[in-house]
Each structure stands twice: as C-alpha cells, then as structure tokens.
Design a protein around this ligand. Structure first.
Ligand code: OGA
Ligand code: MN
Length: 288
C-alpha cells in the first residue's frame, strides 16, 4: 500500500467480479489517501457496474471513512444515532446482546437502506471493526437482475404500482412511539420499479423489511404479489456473499441492490460502522 499522505492521480484500480451480476473486489486503492477526482470516478463507475464493491485491509479512521463517503454526496444521520456520539455520520451496528440463535439481530432480513425516507440513501459504506472468526457474512441481491428475470407481463404491470414504506421499527430503539416517529418520518410512497438515476436501469424496489403494502390492491393481493417479488429477489443467481475480515469495507448502491446480514455467529461479537450517502427521490421513467 502507498503511504498515507500520498495523492493518487493515476488510474489503476483492479476490479475482480465475484459473480456475473453483482459484487466485485476492488484493489489498488488506499482509502486513507486524498484520492483524485479520477480515482473517485473510477470507484463510482465500479459501484454502478457491480452494485456492491469490496475493499480489503483498509485501516482507516472514522474521519477518513467520512471523508471518503462524502466524495459521493452529502451524508445521512440515522435517527437512532446517539446525540452525544462524536461523529454523527457514523452508524454503529453491534451484535445485539439479547441475540439468541433463531432470533433476529437487526439487519438479518433483506432490505435496501432507509427506504422509509423520502430520499433513501444512494449508497452505504460499511467497515468491519470486529468480526467473528467464522460467520457474519453479508449477502447482496441484484434488484436489476431480479427485475429483468420477471415475465414480460409482470414487467408491464409492476411499473404502474406504488408501494408504501415504513421505518417505525426504529421507534422502539429511540424509545419513541410509532406515531412520533411518523411525525418526523411519515410513511413514504415509492414506485415498485425504480429507474436508476445514473444508469437508467430498472430495479425492483420493494423489500421485506420496510415495505408494508402495494397501493390499490386488496391486502391479500398485495401480500401475494410482495411474496412473489421477494422470492424473485431471493434467487441465488442474483446474489453474492461477502466474507468479511477486520478492515474490509463494502460500498453498496441502495438503488440497485438489497443486502442481508447473516446472523450465524452467536455468541461471537461483530461490530460494523456505516457511513451513508444521501440519495434522491425514487421515480419510474417510462422512457428509459
Ligand atoms: C447496514 C447493514 C449489514 C451487515 O449496514 O445497513 O444492513 O452485514 N449491515 O452488517
Ligand atoms: Mn442495511
């Protein structure tokens, strides 16, 4: 690795895909450096092409983590972040001490981050601080491939539909009622198929963590359709699985993929830090 102070101007990233559809390991970059606009553009294009990219051995400080993520846009502060935490932009995910085998620890359900916001995040930069010796992988699913794998009739129908998203599961973590959470973060309506603002690709944009229902359908129809779309997204052909080490970093595009933190490491500890880039309002563009 280059020294911490060097500025990288050449463009020499190596990109090794994990699967045909999703995931690539990126090497030849040191995230402690002051990276040039060219290198950032290369990282961005790898992110767009592979939906999630992975970096190894990045022993960065919280400041460097924040600085890197900020090159891709404004940063989000998660509402459950303690107000007295020094770096408000760093979201800490720790093994829940009440975790028991078979119970959920938090992110062990497919989702795209904060789809309950009006402008859900563009991307998340997650760094591993403490990892179990084995276990605690993260899975990623390609929502563009999941959309493309649908039948022509479904591809015609789904873009006409809107889904409702709810983040009030976080109310309890803040010691708040759902009603007061909704005052700050009202239920959001997003298209079931979203057009990626940078690539123009269509992606399936419902997830089983935050989507409550699809508008205009009966409860039974909505549950049936969501169930079908979730099982479509759960096909291994559309997925990759990342095996972390301490100081590995994953940077994913929340507009084109979902992720799932595999909760198979009890009673070991796992601690992660996420810095999240603000995105734009999801839309469907029939012309693209
Ligand atoms: C997240 C998340 C997955 C993991 O940071 O948004 O869902 O594997 N994390 O910790
Ligand atoms: Mn997440």
């Amino acid at each position: 690795m280059a020294t911490a102070a060097a500025t990288r101007t050449s463009n020499r990233l190596e990109i090794a895909p994990l699967t045909i559809n999703i995931g690539a390991e990126v090497s030849g970059i040191d995230l402690r450096e002051d990276l040039s606009d060219d290198v950032i553009a290369e990282v961005r294009s790898a992110l767009l092409a592979h939906k999630v990219i992975f970096f190894r051995d990045q022993d960065i400080t919280e400041d460097q983590h924040i600085k890197f993520a900020r090159r891709f846009g404004d940063l989000e502060i998660h509402p459950v972040t303690p107000k007295d935490q020094p770096h408000q932009e760093v979201f800490h995910l720790k093994t829940n001490p009440v975790f028991r085998p078979g119970s959920r620890v938090g992110a062990d359900l497919w989702h795209s981050d904060v789809t309950w916001r009006a402008e859900p995040s563009l991307g998340s930069v997650l760094r591993a601080r403490i990892m179990p010796e084995v276990g605690g992988d993260t899975m990623f699913a390609d929502m563009v491939a999941a959309y493309e794998g649908l039948s022509p009739a479904m591809k015609e129908w789904l873009p006409t539909l809107t889904a409702v998203h709810d983040g009030s599961v976080f109310a309890a973590l803040q010691g708040k009622s759902k009603e007061s959470f909704w005052e700050e973060f009202p239920l959001q309506r997003h298209p079931v198929i979203r057009t990626h603002p940078e690539t123009g690709a269509r992606a399936l944009y419902v997830n089983c963590s935050f989507t409550t229902h699809i508008e205009g359908l009966s409860d039974k129809e909505s549950a049936w359709l969501l169930d079908h779309l979730y099982s479509q997204a759960s096909r291994p052909e559309y997925q990759c699985r990342f095996r972390w080490k301490v100081n590995s970093i994953a940077f994913w595009d929340n507009r084109s993929c979902q992720h799932y933190a595999v909760a198979d490491y009890y009673p070991a500890m796992r601690a992660m830090e996420r810095v999240t880039v603000v995105g734009d309002k999801p839309y469907f563009d029939p012309a693209r």
